[in-house]
Write a protein that binds this ligand. Sequence first.
Ligand SMILES: Cc1ncc(COP(=O)(O)O)c(C=O)c1O
Length: 500
Amino acid sequence: MASCLIGRQLSLCVQKNLWLSSAGCRYVSKAAAKTQVEYDYDGPLMKTTVPGPRSQELTKQLGDIQNVGAVHFFCNYEDSRGNYLVDVDGNRMLDIYTQISSIPIGYNHPALLKLMTNPNNLSTFVNRPALGILPPENFPDKITESLLSIAPSGMSRVQTMACGSCSNENAFKSIFIWYRNKERGHNTPSEEELTSCMTNQGPGCPDLSILSFMGGFHGRTMGCLATTHSKVIHKLDIPSFDWPVAPFPRLKYPLEEFSRENAQEEARCLEEVEDLIVKWRQKGKPVAGIVVEPIQSEGGDNHASADFFRNLRNISRKHGCAFHVDEVQTGGGCTGKFWAHEHWGMDDPAEIVSFSKKLLTGGYYQKDELQADKPYRIFNTWMGDPSKNLFLVEVLNVIRRENLLEEVTRSGKALLNGLYELQAQYPGLLSRARGQGTFCAIDARDAATRDRLMLQARDKGVLLGGCGDQSIRFRPALVFKEYHVHIFLNIFNDVLAQYK
Ligand SMILES: Cc1ncc(COP(=O)(O)O)c(C=O)c1O
């Protein structure tokens, strides 16, 4: 199938100059010189509204098997390419949401397809090992070449996992194990601890906690969910832990106009963090770790300053809590640096950094002392997937070869400037344009308007994501160039013009 795809891609590439661009030519800002992304399409091409008839038919069919309430439409992944997702009705859409921010270098990138045709890689794709007990010979090399080559400052250990939640869940466990080992002076656990843990009681199952932030999202598994506070739908009816939840700064925009108010807001939140740590210690549920996203994503693209995070890091040190930075959505280059926490300019940013999405495999980096002391304490059957490391090596090669972080910075600037222009043009409709790299967002006047804008944009060939109560989030692949920004701005401008 891979070779068939490559063949098709090559012939399409030859035809590329014959394609008619379906993008409009009503630029809201100066069009960038067009530099082609290899194997990309020239623009959106819509044949039906979305979901089209074939998607509707398939949704009905799947509805007899699963809950399909969240299904947007069905996709044709063979024909999707670069920044464009093609659906089963033949609609080709500029994808600025990229499978919830998880496609690093676009659809069907030739470098990744080529990997599939290399006979030396076949056994890695065919035989998924139980990595914790039977890793393949090349595993240390591949992990060094991939994940360790991009390790955050101060971290030389990485544990792979499957998804983002699984990574955070195990990172929390590492934090608790580390904290208890510290507390008992690295002595062997008592008999009482060994027996009580088997019936979910203390002291074997200690009353420790993880401090998280209102609006944060760290996944939907039981432990992660106790630190997720973005939407009711994720949490309702699920038992949870009594863990502290601090306010996350709610910054006012434009930032330059509200610097004093925003600094006060950040100081208020930091003060609350310290108060909660003290309160929970007094309650007998000490805070073993603090978990935070560098930019709260699912919760509404809420930003805070580098100063806020540096101070938060210091608070974690002062109180002996592990600092866990969740880069599941922000990691992988979309902010213009490989890790969003690099923008804080710290040599010692965290004890744990978790990742998934654009990294293709889940997992977390940790400091040496966080490494679990015994086998099977952090463990599951697969512990990741070596085939994803193969892809990641190639993704990193492409990012370096094509200077994609610089590209992200460039197209991010164009995107944010375009959003500023649009919010100036439609002040009753749009506000709070914000972003770092292409990791941008803008608010609509209310949730209903946000949802309508996104559907109208989709019918015109642009896929966007929502987050928080009324925000639109932009999560393109790293191959999203300035000219893609202009295609988007033109289409979005057309959508907005209907509201005048
Ligand atoms: C910051 C963050 N953490 C954790 C997760 C959970 O990842 P997953 O959906 O792969 O379990 C997400 C998913 O969107 C996320 O954005």
